[in-house]
Design a binder for this molecule. Structure first.
Ligand SMILES: Cc1cc2nc3c(=O)[nH]c(=O)nc-3n(C[C@H](O)[C@H](O)[C@H](O)COP(=O)(O)O)c2cc1C
Length: 211
């Protein structure tokens, strides 16, 4: 991949596990390192640090905790996103879905989205990743084709969070590299007019927006 610097790009990682020693968080950190290699600034959003209610879908959100608006603000700053999840019962984690449901088009639309999944079993997190790909489509994000699934996760990380399997680590790094790279291309002057026209070519059918 072309190593064009992407200093102005900000990539946010959303971690779908709130377990203290989460392998998902470790994998997400590796993916964010990939984005940093490309010159991007990064932030890992750890949902343990946000006091979030269940999404009720109600219109009046004035009584939502401030952390809902803080989450939206943090994600809104991103040019590219990496969503990481554990495989839970053949899909992604509920805590992640709730966080995403508290957000919407304002946070995701038109942004590059990379996916990383982690599983305890040998089959990997592909079912979770496929479901997240659908969510990216629904929110009009540009889900990058490359994704990474870390199966048998407990065998792949050192205590310091580094990955021991080099090809797998490269695959996870590539998620971050691609998100940063495509986010840069998306924001560059050359591609801007085409992408702007493309994205406004169809009306957004998503209804109400969240701030
Ligand atoms: C509720 C629950 C459901 C799970 N379902 C699956 C599953 O369907 N397939 C699988 O391989 N592992 C499954 N696991 C194992 C997790 O994917 C594994 O423990 C993973 O490391 C959890 O992510 P974390 O380390 O980031 O917390 C499940 C774990 C939990 C807690």
């Amino acid at each position: 991949m072309n190593e064009t610097p992407t200093e102005s790009i900000h990539v946010v990682g959303l971690c779908g596990s709130i377990r203290d020693d989460s392998f998902t968080r470790r994998a997400l950190n590796v993916a964010l390192q990939g984005a940093q290699e490309m010159g991007a600034t990064t932030q890992l959003i750890d949902l343990r640090a946000y006091d979030l209610p269940f999404c009720s879908g109600k219109d009046n959100q004035t009584d939502y905790p401030q952390d809902v608006f803080r989450l939206r603000k943090d994600v809104s700053k991103a040019h590219g996103l990496i969503v990481a999840t554990p495989e839970y019962h053949g899909s992604y984690a509920g805590v992640l879905k709730n966080a995403i449901d508290l957000m919407g088009f304002d946070q995701f639309e038109g942004k590059m989205l990379g996916l990383v999944g982690v599983s305890g079993g040998a089959l990997g997190a592909v079912d979770a990743l496929n479901s997240l790909r659908n969510i990216g489509r629904a929110l009009h994000a540009w889900v990058v084709p490359h994704q990474a699934s870390v199966s048998d996760a407990y065998t792949h990380f050192d205590d310091d969070g580094s990955m021991t399997n080099t090809p797998l680590k490269e695959r996870v790094l590539d998620v971050g590299r691609q998100v940063a790279r495509f986010a840069f291309l998306h924001s560059s002057q050359q591609s801007q007019s085409f992408m702007t026209e493309w994205e406004k070519a169809l009306p957004n059918p998503g209804g109400g927006r969240t701030n």
